[in-house]
Design a protein around this ligand. Structure first.
Ligand SMILES: Cc1cc2nc3c(=O)[nH]c(=O)nc-3n(C[C@H](O)[C@H](O)[C@H](O)COP(=O)(O)OP(=O)(O)OC[C@H]3O[C@@H](n4cnc5c(N)ncnc54)[C@H](O)[C@@H]3O)c2cc1C
Length: 406
């Protein structure tokens, strides 16, 4: 079987590894100069950074298993910590290392700046959602869902809304409650304590998966064609003609906005949300008490301490920040966050189409197309999740297994 995988993001990389392991002759096409797509390492002025700060969860089981398979050890490459949500107003919710669901119950009941009545109401609400299998009778916005549940107090502002924006990259007043419930099901609602853990990368994104997977693929006989944008794909007898080369099957694993150029019948029409990551440099000895802090009331939502005096400030979704140039944005964040004496450089990386808008009732592309030899992968095709690395990886594995199993 000669199989083409088009797109070397985390979905295409996962698909290529799975196909190669199943014995297929695999060619991975990637338009960019490196593998990784929207989650790749970038070198800026001699520094290894990411195209955007990413955070993973212990619940990313298929991603972690894929890393291990290609020789990348998650235990070494992540700083794994029990979930804490700490913000600039003094709110703090920290999960202890107790078995689930006691960890979540304890974390909730001991949260700072929240009254006991609200905590108990929230515990009951969460229990009710769990008993309904995290299924909503009808999708709606997260804001409507929280309103219906009477979640109108401190936990909404300090926990549910920030987590929604972080997980769906779409604010609560536009985000899908069902997709949010799915994320809660597999994290706070999971029966495995470690699923709620935060995994903060110790290395750049390239070293987590794309680079080790690239080495693994080459050493297992796959071809990787970097800087190669596939331009044309047509059906031929017993296969697909991809820029003049015949393959017995193919997986399109591009971002959703690029599917239609290759296979118009599967074109998508999503709206998108941006993310900016503003890197700021300080004295190398500067260290945050906890490496992830939430910020309310400004442009920036999350600040990640990447070590060595580098902070990554994350701005999710549309906002007034989009109008500011890089220097104004960096200076604005210094003031907003009260950052002490930044030294040297800043770098702003804007991803205009970071993720599709995870709105209620969004129609997601099926992974099967009208041609049984052509499948789709990519975060947009994993309908259970918003745009995430785990959704991308699962979608790639699913498409590859479908081909490998004939
Ligand atoms: C700044 C930012 C922060 C994020 N934060 C998080 C986070 O914290 N946690 C999380 O889980 N997710 C996060 N995400 C989302 C996550 O990065 C994506 O869901 C995931 O990377 C999508 O992977 P993919 O393989 O589906 O698509 P992509 O990464 O878009 O890969 C598609 C690839 O296809 C290539 N391509 C396109 N057209 C062609 C063609 N014609 N021929 C050849 N190649 C082609 C592209 O160059 C690209 O490399 C974030 C995204 C961004 C941008």
């Amino acid at each position: 079987m000669k199989i083409a995988v088009i797109g070397g993001g985390w979905a295409g990389t996962a698909a290529a590894v799975e196909l190669t392991a199943a014995g297929a002759e695999t060619t991975l096409f990637e338009a960019g100069r490196v593998l990784g797509g929207r989650a790749r390492g970038v070198e800026i002025d001699g520094r290894q950074l990411d195209n955007g700060q990413h955070i993973l969860l212990g619940a990313y089981r298929d991603t972690l298993a894929l890393m291990r398979r290609v020789g990348a050890d998650p235990d070494e490459l992540f700083d794994r910590r029990p979930l804490q949500v700490i913000d600039n107003t003094g709110f703090r919710l920290a999960l202890p290392r107790l078995p689930a669901p006691l960890n979540v119950a304890w974390g909730l009941l001991s949260a700072r700046s929240v009254g006991i009545g609200e905590k108990l109401r929230t515990a009951l609400w969460m229990d009710g959602i769990k008993r309904q299998g995290f299924r909503l009778a009808q999708d709606m916005t997260v804001a409507q869902w929280l309103d219906q549940a009477g979640q109108t107090g401190a936990l909404r502002r300090h926990l549910w809304e920030p987590l929604c924006l972080a997980a769906l990259n779409t604010p609560a007043d536009r985000a899908s409650a069902q997709l949010y419930a799915n994320v809660l099901r597999d994290s706070l609602g999971s029966s495995r304590r470690e699923d709620t853990d935060l995994l903060l990368p110790r290395v750049d994104l390239g070293q987590l998966l794309p680079e080790p997977a690239g080495h693994w693929l080459l050493s297992h006989g796959a071809q990787i064609r970097l800087s190669t944008r596939v331009g044309r794909m047509t059906e031929v007898e017993n296969g697909l003609d991809i820029d003049g080369e015949i393959f017995s099957a193919a997986i399109i694993a591009t971002a959703p906005q690029h599917i239609g150029a290759l296979w118009p019948a599967a074109a998508t029409n999503f709206a998108y949300e941006p993310i900016a990551t503003v890197y700021r440099n300080f004295e190398p000895k500067m260290k945050s008490a906890f490496p992830l802090t939430n910020h309310l009331g400004g442009h920036c939502q999350w600040v990640v301490d990447r070590g060595q005096g580098v902070l990554a400030c994350v701005l999710s979704g549309h906002g007034a920040w989009e109008e500011l140039d890089d220097a104004a944005l960096a200076a604005g964040l210094d003031a907003e966050l009260g950052l002490p004496n930044p030294t040297g450089w800043h770098k702003v990386i804007r991803e205009k189409r970071a993720t599709f808008s995870a709105i209620p009732g969004l129609h997601r592309p099926d992974f099967k197309t009208s041609n049984p030899r052509l499948l789709l992968a990519g975060d947009s095709t994993w309908a259970d999740y918003p745009a995430t690395l785990e959704g991308a990886v699962r979608s790639g594995l699913r498409a590859a297994r479908h081909i490998a199993n004939g």
